[in-house]
Design a protein around this ligand. Structure first.
Ligand code: SAM
Ligand code: CA
Length: 299
């Protein structure tokens, strides 16, 4: 089992290393050039951030939830079998495990879905900074980003949390309740789009949300966007997660890519272009986790 980002990077298949560098430790990047402004040059640097600034400040309940999630194998059909590669836990795709049973065509994976600890810390800070009170989350999984949000909200703050899978949510729920923030969460099991449509049909909900975090089916992000622009208040924020999509956004179309990555890549590319051209929002794309794009509603 790859336990660190560095070990996972060593375990990455050749085609993955090709996408990131030449496999001999030299990065196919401009990091060494004078004037290059990105600070994140290596997995070790990322690990340094985690070890120095994130893990020591991570609330006990979030640590516990993160550890429970890391032990939980998330079943991936073979068609969507992800990549073993280094880097970021949120899509780090670490620890591809054995198939659950000989009859099941698939693999169980860990840490495929969950938000990384540094992104959780970022979300927590962001929500406090904007003084959010009424929020929503699309794509809960075991609830790491949900807990980061719930801990940041005031006592009477609320999160409308949507996911098609209740079982995973219930895995993290004891940590959420132990942290004393369960009362802030209104969990809805099922696809998010109809819930948003119901909200949009109710004029009183328009402009009533301060913050929305979108971390579910990437093929629906643009549909969520249209609805969220009605539901989030002017000046409020929407955060779209995974907008760098495992780095695949800069790969040529014919580059080797795992099916799961390729499947959603065009949707992520279309989202990024659409957000960049959308004058109803101001945007800021951050290389946190797998990329998170913040949209501040201005119209
Ligand atoms: N934010 C979570 C965290 O911090 O761990 C990770 C969310 S995970 C990347 C994506 C989640 O979206 C999965 O739990 C999946 O069940 C959910 N999902 C997929 N399609 C959905 C849909 N149409 N509506 C709501 N949830 C959906
Ligand atoms: Ca995510």
């Amino acid at each position: 089992m790859a336990t660190t980002a560095t070990e996972a990077a060593k375990a990455a298949p050749a085609q993955e290393q090709q996408a990131n560098g030449n496999g001999n430790g030299e990065q196919k990047t401009r990091h060494s050039e004078v004037g290059h402004k990105s600070l994140l040059k290596s997995d070790d640097l990322y690990q340094y951030i985690l070890d120095t600034s994130v893990y020591p400040r991570e609330p006990e309940s979030m640590k516990e939830l993160r550890e429970i999630t890391a032990k939980h194998p998330w079943y991936v059909p073979l068609a969507f079998r992800p990549v073993v590669r280094g880097g970021f836990e949120c899509v780090g795709l670490l620890d591809v495990d054995r198939p659950r049973s000989e009859n099941e065509r698939g693999v169980a994976c860990r840490n495929l879905m969950t938000t990384s600890a540094d992104e959780g810390q970022f979300l927590n800070m962001l929500i406090k900074l904007i003084g959010a009170k009424k929020t929503m989350e699309i794509g809960v999984y075991t609830g790491y980003s949900l807990l980061a949000t719930a801990l940041a909200l005031p006592e009477d703050g609320t999160i409308l949390a949507m996911d098609i899978n209740r079982e995973n949510y219930e895995l993290g729920l004891p940590c959420i309740n132990k942290a004393g923030v369960g009362h802030k969460i209104d969990f809805r099991e099922g696809p998010a789009l109809p819930v948003l449509d119901d909200l949009v049909a109710d004029k009183e909900q328009h402009g009533s949300f301060d913050f929305a975090f979108v971390d579910a089916d990437k093929d629906n992000y643009l549909s969520y966007h249209e609805r969220l622009l009605k539901l989030v208040r002017p000046g409020g924020l929407i955060g779209y997660d995974n907008t760098l999509w495992n780095g695949s956004v800069v790969l040529p179309d014919d580059a080797p890519m795992r099916k799961y990555i390729r499947f959603y890549r065009d949707f992520v590319l279309a989202l990024n272009s659409a957000l960049a051209a959308d004058d109803r929002v101001e945007i800021c794309q951050l290389p946190v986790g797998d990329g998170v794009t913040l949209c501040r509603r201005v119209k």
